[in-house]
Design a protein around this ligand. Structure first.
Ligand code: SF4
Length: 422
């Protein structure tokens, strides 16, 4: 075939798209018919359907979308009704005090949502003559706190713009409908899902369609135990149609895209697990196994001027792990060293700091300290080396200093090093 222009994204294989217009029509029809039959009666849905004033209608949907971020529908209903009763218009909200807003919001959580909503309402009143922007693009551009999702929701539900939405529910449903097993949190996959949502949204009832898709995800295509048997779009669902649910098929599936590195299929190294059926999708980023590391560290001690014990700490490089923090002289160990060898490499390392011979036998083994950083399981093998008399250290390549215990705790040392000293 013709060569792709350099940098052009690879074409998306048909199975990850809604490419058959007849199927798209059928899917829209089935989903909307189900929605008409089963949708929950919610106050903002009533307002969106009955409010004749376009600015009031957009405002009513906007308030519901902000309240529904991070809060359950059942909790939102009561707050929503009280809010709309108190401030039925943007103008009314713009005149409210922040205190009143916070009072009404109390218990809903994430208070900044209420505050931002009110600030945005003031902006619409003062800068846009009280008129809500009518398209997703303008809503996102002009209203503070309104992101891509909220803008799409308001534009489609209140203004009938044929624009899609992608939220957590939509991600799950789409990944299942189209067998998208690539990491659904990656920007490239999210972009594809937005394209799909925009292509799929019903042209004459976009708001209902978007709400239907989200409602399907919230009530039928739920994360753990989807009710595929009752699903109105199961005949359009790739995962369901291929009867993957509960019926193991050989893995990797040769019917997958047929290309080795499809950007939307599960990675070849992590094929889907047939025992999980449809809940293989969406795929979350694989948790990285913690890296296991062993580090030898030595607490070098001396008597300071007044007889107080002092310890040598050295500074880590200014980049990389624990950059710039102070620690006892330490040395990462390879996994396969015997104890005797560990002592020897540590003694060599200390010699570089001290400028005088250190014998491995002089090192006293104290114990092991384990510490878990975000992605590293670190074991410190702790030794001590008491020094007698007046020790002058060789000027080393990175900063080092002697500190009392008190100074140690006041220094930029990691939690792990505090454990080591203990
Ligand atoms: Fe979700 Fe099952 Fe419906 Fe597919 S058939 S969309 S997996 S509920």
């Amino acid at each position: 075939g013709a060569a792709l222009p350099a940098g052009a994204p690879a074409p998306v294989p048909a199975r990850h798209q809604f490419s058959d217009p007849a199927e798209v029509e059928a899917l829209r029809g089935n989903l909307l018919a189900w929605y008409d039959r089963c949708k929950r009666d919610l106050p903002w849905r009533t307002l969106a359907a009955t409010e004749a004033d376009a600015d009031r209608r957009g405002y009513a949907v906007w308030v519901s979308e902000i309240m529904l971020q991070q809060t359950q529908v059942a909790t939102v209903i009561d707050y929503y009704n009280r809010w709309m009763q108190k401030w039925p218009t943007l103008q009314a909200l713009a005149q409210a005090s922040l205190e009143e807003v916070n009072e009404l919001w109390a218990g809903l959580g994430y208070y900044s949502r209420g505050k931002r909503l009110q600030e945005a309402a003031r902006k619409v009143v003062s800068e846009l003559a009280g008129h809500m922007p009518r398209t997703a693009e303008d809503l996102q551009k002009l209203l503070p706190g309104v992101g891509r999702y909220t803008a799409g929701a308001i534009a489609s539900i209140a203004y009938g713009q044929a624009t899609g939405v992608v939220d957590g529910n939509v991600i799950r449903v789409m990944c299942r409908l189209r067998c998208i097993g690539a990491d659904a949190s990656s920007p490239a996959v999210i972009d594809r899902l937005w394209d799909m949502a925009n292509a799929l949204v019903d042209r004459s009832r976009p708001g209902d369609f978007n709400q239907a898709l989200m409602e399907l995800g919230a009530t039928v295509c739920v994360p753990k135990a989807p009710l595929c048997g009752e699903c109105p779009v199961k005949q359009h669902c790739q995962v369901w149609r291929r009867k993957l649910f509960g019926k193991p098929i050989p893995v990797p599936d040769v019917e997958d895209c047929g290309v080795g590195d499809c950007p939307l299929c599960p990675p070849a190294t992590e094929p889907w697990d047939s025992s999980l059926g449809v809940t293989n999708f969406p795929r979350k980023a694989a948790k990285k196994q913690p890296r296991v590391m062993r580090t030898a560290t030595c607490v070098l001690g001396r008597r300071g001027s007044c007889g107080t014990p002092e310890y040598l700490i050295v500074q880590r490089p200014s980049s990389g792990l624990l950059a710039g923090l102070w620690e006892f002289p330490s040395l990462p160990l390879s996994q396969d060293l015997q104890e005797k060898e560990e002592r020897e490499v540590l003694a060599d390392h200390l010699q570089a700091w001290m400028g005088q011979p250190v014998t491995a036998k002089g090192l006293r083994f104290i114990g092991e300290v384990t510490h878990i950083f975000s992605h590293i399981h670190q074991t410190y093998v702790v030794y001590s080396l008491p020094l007698d008399g007046d020790v002058t250290l060789a000027p080393a390549s990175s900063p080092s200093r002697w500190v009392t215990e008190e100074e140690f705790h006041a220094s930029a040392v990691s939690t792990a090093m505090k454990k080591v000293l203990k």
